[in-house]
Design a protein around this ligand. Sequence first.
Ligand code: NHR
Ligand code: GAR
Length: 215
Amino acid sequence: MADTRLPVVILISGGGTNLQAIIDAQQRGELPIEIRAVISNRADAFGLERARRACIAISVVEHTQFASRAEFDQALQTRIDATGAQLIILAGFMRILTPDFVQHYSGRLLNIHPSLLPKHRGLRTHEAALAAGDAQHGASVHFVSTELDGGPVIAQTRVPILADDTAATLAERVRAQERIIYPLVIGWYASGRLRLSDGQIVLDEQILRTPRLIA
Ligand code: NHR
Ligand code: GAR
């Protein structure tokens, strides 16, 4: 029988709890993907150890070894394309990608961002949500576009902000939800239910006008 699993690459920079959730869902038979490689821009990312334990090919492309973002991205692109991946999953990947890179993978590049986009783009989102006095926070899965954290949002998950929250307790509450929502959305894509068409999200053959809310 032909292999109907989608070949993917996962890019990380850190602890890899989202990576672990994707690996676990795949191993439970819930995700029709084949993880061809996990690539990190940091040699000490714990996520590499998680990949190693799951017998997934790992690769390190250190941004510090390149003179420019364009050269780093080119090296990353070469490494990704050698795997034959059809979907690129950013899972706690911390380097801003150049327009050339993003356009090369247009409609095939997913990110999970720890805020209720369009709120709190960029870094330190948990601190930002606390400082803004928000009642709710969360995470968003989006197609990556050339506008940082500005691509079309596919799905969101919300969490309450509690009176005694710190950035750390809030981040942990958000990550617990990320582990649910990211594998779910990746599954939609891998099974052909989700695509980007002329900049619009199509889910189950309908244009998705507002992000799907996942409890
Ligand atoms: N690239 C593009 N073009 N568009 C997006 O939407 C991207 C992207 C690359 C990464 C993830 C994003 C997030 O979810 C992401 C989205 C890194 C930074 C950043 O400022 C900002 C947003 C995101 C990731 N990075 C610093 C930089 O100079 C480095 C920080 C570090 O190394 O710790 O690249 O939040
Ligand atoms: C996650 O909360 C993810 O949303 C966020 O970093 C964490 C990574 O955790 N991503 C970004 O901030 C991207 N810039 P993980 O490495 O344990 O998956």
